[in-house]
Design a protein. Structure first.
Length: 306
């Protein structure tokens, strides 16, 4: 049985197959409409979410399956002190697959050790968010036609932003990918990614503080929100929260075929005026997230549609 805990759990070949499957689902949705009939997805969310929980649910519903779950720790037995291991052994009696989000780094991995059914890590603290990365990869591949030979700028909270950590890890497996890391000093990429992924593998990157210093070079700009809930004090958050605001004036510095991605939710880091720019791809990215999660559910449940 397979779980999805980190973006490297899939080999490049498996990843290619999964993205191809997502592409086929996009083209022929009716072919997959009954593929998961009789199957149940449980979403166990100990942390807030809109897209990640609802897109897993939409994915299972689109496949003809059913959904159950909870959307906050307070409404589950976690509030009584139950461990994630006990919870998944219980949910394994009700459902066929679990998507779990947890504020503690590593919690889904602990749960997976005792789980009788596949678990998808839907975000663990400031660590990883592999299904967002699958979404990002499908979006980039669909928009640019490739996952290699790209200069990718990641902007904002690179310290706590788990989507950034997972995306860099995944993209660092492709040829000739350069990273420009755009953040204030306090929110730099942590060493478990900067040193252990980028430096150890000799992947070219540079760190800059302003968007203006990077815009002209980028093929993809990945904007992120400052992760308020992971700050230790409110003052630091207030000082950082509006550090970057992408607006039309900054978009003028970018290539015609550059695309802006954002895992969402957006706070102030992208001005609403940018939404009308054809290079703004963050709502298309949301749609890709459903196709890729449909492909992931089919893959983990080992269901093949002829
Ligand atoms: C991200 C997350 O939860 O890490 N959201 C998402 O899943 N699309 C990004 C964020 O919350 O800033």
């Amino acid at each position: 049985m397979k779980h999805l805990m980190s973006p490297l759990d899939l080999s490049l070949e498996e990843l290619d197959q999964l993205l191809d499957l997502a592409g086929d689902i996009e083209k022929n949705p009716t072919k997959y409409a009954h593929a998961c009939e009789g199957k149940k997805l449980a979403t166990l969310f100990y942390e807030p979410s809109t897209r990640t929980r609802l897109s897993h649910e939409a994915a299972m519903l689109n496949l003809g399956g059913s959904i159950m779950g909870f959307s906050s720790a307070n409404s589950s037995s976690a509030a009584k002190g139950e461990t994630v291991s006990d919870t998944v052994q219980t949910v394994g009696c009700y459902a066929d697959i679990i998507a779990m989000r947890h504020p503690k780094e590593g919690a889904p991995m602990v749960a997976a050790k005792r789980s009788p059914i596949p678990i998808i890590n839907a975000g663990d603290g400031g660590h990883h968010h592999p299904t967002q990365t699958l979404t990002d990869l499908l979006t980039i591949r669909s928009l640019k036609g490739r996952l290699d030979n790209l200069t990718i700028g990641l902007c904002g909270d690179l310290k706590f932003g788990r989507t950034v950590h997972s995306l860099i890890q995944a993209m660092s497996r492709y040829e000739n990918v350069n990273f420009i890391l755009i953040s204030p000093e306090e929110l730099r990429l942590p060493s478990f990614i900067r040193v252990d992924v980028l430096e150890k593998n000799n992947i070219p990157y540079k760190e800059v503080v302003t968007l203006e210093d990077a815009m002209a070079e980028l093929d993809i700009l990945y904007m992120t929100r400052v992760q308020k809930e992971r700050f230790f004090n409110e003052e630091d958050y207030i000082r950082m929260k509006d550090f970057y605001i992408l607006d039309n004036a900054k978009m003028e510095l970018a290539k015609e075929d550059m695309f802006v991605l954002h895992p969402l939710p957006r706070v102030n880091e992208i001005a609403v005026e940018v939404d009308d720019d054809p290079r703004a791809a963050y709502f298309r990215q949301v749609q890709y997230g459903v196709y890729v999660r449909m492909a992931l559910i089919l893959t983990l449940l080992d269901i093949h549609v002829a």
